[in-house]
Design a protein around this ligand. Structure first.
Ligand SMILES: Nc1ncnc2c1ncn2[C@@H]1O[C@H](COP(=O)(O)OP(=O)(O)OP(=O)(O)O)[C@@H](O)[C@H]1O
Ligand SMILES: [Mg+2]
Length: 134
């Protein structure tokens, strides 16, 4: 896979979450995603941006245009240096929340993406990557 372009934005506030969403939407439109696919991926990105802010204490989102031999796509990588996730499997369980959420953000983001990767280390932080092909 080749990364054709990358743009990083900070996630420090609710306004930044909105800006990150808008950037993902813009890239999805530019790549020719239909409205349904745009909405799926923007929703996934929005959930992860929210987690980065609420649990990670803020971080960054890197929005990349990627391609492989046959397809183009968008990858978004969220990174924070917050407390990390002690049990990733549990965090991915639908309905599990350590706070007051519905516990649907991570599992939802995974379902709405074609590729999903999560790395987290307690005391170091969390990185979650989602990719959707055109
Ligand atoms: N970046 C992160 N840093 C630390 N913990 C995280 C991070 N993202 C998710 N988590 C943990 O994973 C749990 C599940 O996340 P998920 O997004 O699925 O649910 P939620 O945020 O609690 O609720 P919802 O997203 O439905 O409002 C969170 O409650 C939190 O404990
Ligand atoms: Mg969440």
């Amino acid at each position: 896979m080749r990364v054709l372009s990358a743009e990083s934005v900070p996630i420090r506030s609710s306004e930044d979450v909105v800006l990150a969403r808008q950037l993902v939407r813009k890239k999805a439109v530019a790549l020719g995603f239909g409205l349904v696919d745009q909405t799926k991926f923007v929703t996934a990105a929005s959930e992860l941006a929210r987690n980065t802010l609420d649990y990670g204490g803020g971080g960054t989102a890197r929005v990349e245009l990627v391609e492989n031999q046959s397809r183009s796509g968008i990858r978004v990588v969220f990174e924070d240096h917050g407390p990390g996730i002690p049990n990733i499997e549990l965090a991915l369980t639908e309905g599990y929340t350590s706070g007051n959420g519905m516990g649907l953000g991570l599992s939802g983001a995974k379902k709405l993406s074609h590729e999903f990767e999560i790395w987290s280390q307690p005391g170091e932080g969390t990185r979650v990557s989602i990719l959707r092909w055109k």
